[in-house]
Design a protein around this ligand. Sequence first.
Ligand SMILES: Nc1nc2c(c(=O)[nH]1)N[C@H]1C(S)=C(S)[C@@H](COP(=O)(O)O)O[C@H]1N2
Ligand SMILES: [Mo]
Length: 410
Amino acid sequence: MRDAPRLPSSPGFWRSPLRGPWFTSVLGLVLLAGITVLFLTGLVSYAAYNPDLSPVNDKTPGKGLLGFYLFAWPTDPHWLYRLNQGVHVTLGLTLIPVLLAKLWSVVPRLFTLPPARSLAHALERVSLLLLVGGGLFEFVTGVLNVQLDYVFPGSFYPLHFYGAWVFFAAFAAHAALKTPAAVRNLRRMRAGADDLVSPRPAEPTVSRRGALWFVGGGSLLLFATTAGQNTDGPLRRTALLAPHGGAEPGSGPNGFQINKTAAYAGISAAETGEEAWRLVVTGRTGTVRLSRAELLRMPLHSAALPIACVEGWSTSDQWWRGVRLRDLAALVGDGQDPPDVFVESLQRHGAFRRAALRANQVADERSLLALYVNGEPLSPDHGHPARIIVPAAPGVLNTKWVARLTFGEL
Ligand SMILES: Nc1nc2c(c(=O)[nH]1)N[C@H]1C(S)=C(S)[C@@H](COP(=O)(O)O)O[C@H]1N2
Ligand SMILES: [Mo]
């Protein structure tokens, strides 16, 4: 081979005949739609924590104006967070092959010399650095959180949240500049002169359409091995990419996914037993302490609600049975128009041992302090003797091993 260019900055170095405006444009338009949905479901997911309600709910304090869009998270439809987070995580994983193929398709541009021809060109390249760096950062932090179960306890949220704004700003600018040309490129299949087209292409081993099928097949495979984590029937076993190594939930009424076990949370049988455990409820008119037996003498109600975790897994609806939160509010003088409530677990350490629920969540008659699930007392790992369950709320607000409810003051 005479004169084979050895440097990635030489135009002839990149030889794949697949590269060209058509291939890059197809992938770019898929990402335009997909990443927009990821950004929106991500923002919604953050709002679902009700972060402006109480500092304990807010994993990114100091967000400032970036919280401009927050709203009171509703309780209807009851599967709202399950759907939103399922879409966010499943779509994010499914887009990985598309993102990688898109980066591969434009990689020659990374090595273009001179690095900057003008100030405008320099600015464009810096924005591309934010785009590529931000995109990789968001996908990597997201996958780590889903797969490794809180590798960065607490700090995942600010990283992923601020990263999303930086990435999406660069993404929006890039989309505004490139979308018109991408749409034109799709219309005319044949590539004209373009810096992505190799000046000395190698023999093709696969057509452009074949390559797209390959990328799409990769996406489909990721989808098929992820989506099952949003069920708890036999389909759950198809979720090969769901977090593993956690507690085996076993079978029977309590046989659905466990996030943190009682042992992990440091909850002992001694403190949850009939003798020791009391629920402390405080409100406008004072404090009452209730044993489990006393709770069981209150009116019990049922609600069919899922657990849906930020990590992207969820259960189908489980039958919870327990005391309505608003009935507990009524015990301490807050029956009419129940206020917000601050929930505390027996657990002494860990980010999820406390949570605040908004008045609309307390008022919903499906919001329970659950004592039973699917007809049996809660198992230790699912929060025995009592846990919170609220329609449409993220799993993190469904506090287990509840010890104290404080109505009104957060
Ligand atoms: N006390 C306490 N409650 C908690 C947690 C926790 O770590 N400690 N984890 C929360 C999270 S993140 C989820 S997704 C749900 C999971 O409930 P499960 O383990 O019963 O499925 O519990 C929530 N309640
Ligand atoms: Mo969770």
